[in-house]
Design a protein around this ligand. Structure first.
Ligand SMILES: [Zn+2]
Length: 211
């Protein structure tokens, strides 16, 4: 199948003469092979015939060709590693060892055995891509908007305004009252107009914003 161009990560059902078989099945005699794609929502936390070992948590890894999608996943609060460089082998190994769902547009990368869970992203534009991924994995209700640092992929911590006052620009001091800080890089976050614009864009795509 992979030599025909379909990565194993895209397959939801394999059948030989009507009986479900796994990826390692070798047909002993001629027969009829049925191949079906994954039908969404794809619940990666539940075991299935082809993938008996589910993921224990929702974690993603985005490669260089979908970095903007990866940043939007982070803004929605999903644990997402951004992989700007590295060989296909390194990226696949990271997906495997850290139990991450691979997001990419690279079909050849998805043919690597080490990758079990993935989405070969179809849409071209970042907001369309995030909509595609959220709906494919059924994550519409699992967002935690603006809860994670987009540079470090760690959860933000709330900070009292007077604790961080010295780090703020005068206008920010004046107009905003709720602040968060990244415990890794120290960057301060607040929900300004850019955040509200994003919230509206996500809502228009049918992604509810929790948080
Ligand atoms: Zn950070």
């Amino acid at each position: 199948m992979e030599s025909c161009g379909i990565p194993h990560t895209e397959i939801g059902y394999l059948g030989m003469d009507g009986k479900a078989v796994g990826f390692s099945h070798i047909p002993r005699s001629p027969g009829r092979l049925t191949v079906r794609g994954i039908s969404p929502p794809f619940d990666v936390e539940r075991p299935s015939f082809l993938r008996p070992e589910p993921l224990s948590a929702l974690r993603f890894i985005a490669d260089a060709n979908v970095i903007r999608l990866g940043r939007l996943m982070l803004i929605l609060g999903f644990d997402t590693a951004l992989c700007r460089r590295g060989s296909d082998g390194d990226i696949a190994r990271q997906a495997q060892t850290r139990g991450r769902i691979m997001l990419t547009r690279d079909t050849a990368l998805l043919k690597r055995k080490m990758i079990t869970f993935a989405r070969r992203v179809r849409a071209d534009l970042p907001y369309d891509q995030v909509s595609e991924v959220v709906h494919f994995f059924g994550l519409e209700q699992r967002t935690a908007f603006f809860s994670r640092c987009t540079a470090c992929n760690v959860l933000l911590e709330p900070r009292a305004k007077d604790e961080i006052l010295h780090l703020l620009e005068p206008k920010t001091r004046l107009y905003f009252h709720r602040f968060f800080q990244c415990p890794e890089c120290g960057r301060i976050f607040w929900r300004g107009s850019h955040v509200e614009n994003m919230r509206e864009k996500f809502s228009a795509l049918g992604i509810s914003i929790n948080g």
